[in-house]
Design a protein. Sequence first.
Length: 288
Amino acid sequence: MVSIILVQHNRSDLTREALRTLHDHGVSGHQVILVDNGSTEPGALSWTSGFPSLEVHRLASGRGFGAANNEGARAAKGEFLLFLNNDSVIIQEVLNPIERYFRAHPACGAIGLGLLNADGTPQNSVGKWPSILNEWKMQHHRKLYNEDEYKSVDWVTAAAVAVRREVFERIGGFDERFFMYFEDADLCRRIRNAGWEVHFVPSVRVIHLKGGSQERGMPPAIRFEYRRSQLLYYCSHATWMQQGLLRLLFCGKAIALWLKGGETGRGLSGKIIRLACSRCAESALEKE
């Protein structure tokens, strides 16, 4: 059995569509869990009675993407866990193929599904370990793997990732220090360090409405959270040289924001400068 775990923070309309398309492609015999991560919109869960088999868990306040997924995983009964963004649209059967793939590849601890944009074009769904160069390549849509290399990749995106539950529990789940971003690369790193493989399976595909849960783009607080998680990952896993390059990059970003002007840009630039000058990952995580 696969336990499907979705997390929502507002935008329940996206969650309803994800669940509808999931049911259209067969969830019989599988467990579906929804974790509401401190939604503030009216009626965020009022519609759930339309999905009688749905298990709902509500967090009083937003605790971050990884923490909310861990909450869902604690309620999971399946041998395999499928973490699925609530801005996903299911376009084919995914659950039975996931089970078959894991059983055919006993050394595989996690698999990433192929993500598509709404127009059917592929999204970046797989990467090499974050570094200044590899992140630049991903941002510019440079191909990092050939198809014959998909059975041994560094990391896959958590927007649609399936993990053996025994592996997930053994490594302690998502690192809750990551509020948003880079928790997927960190998870895959710890899976691989524990002796398991991470595979990318682009033939099992879902549409991902990237950023769909953020109607008006990425607000400054989330942009800062991205940088904080980026620094945490580098402090946890990257070389001192890479950490230094990242801090220099932060300074360049901060200067660009300052020159752009405006109260928001100047405020964000100051936060990024302080982040660049923080001594370690823990100080980078201090909430402001």
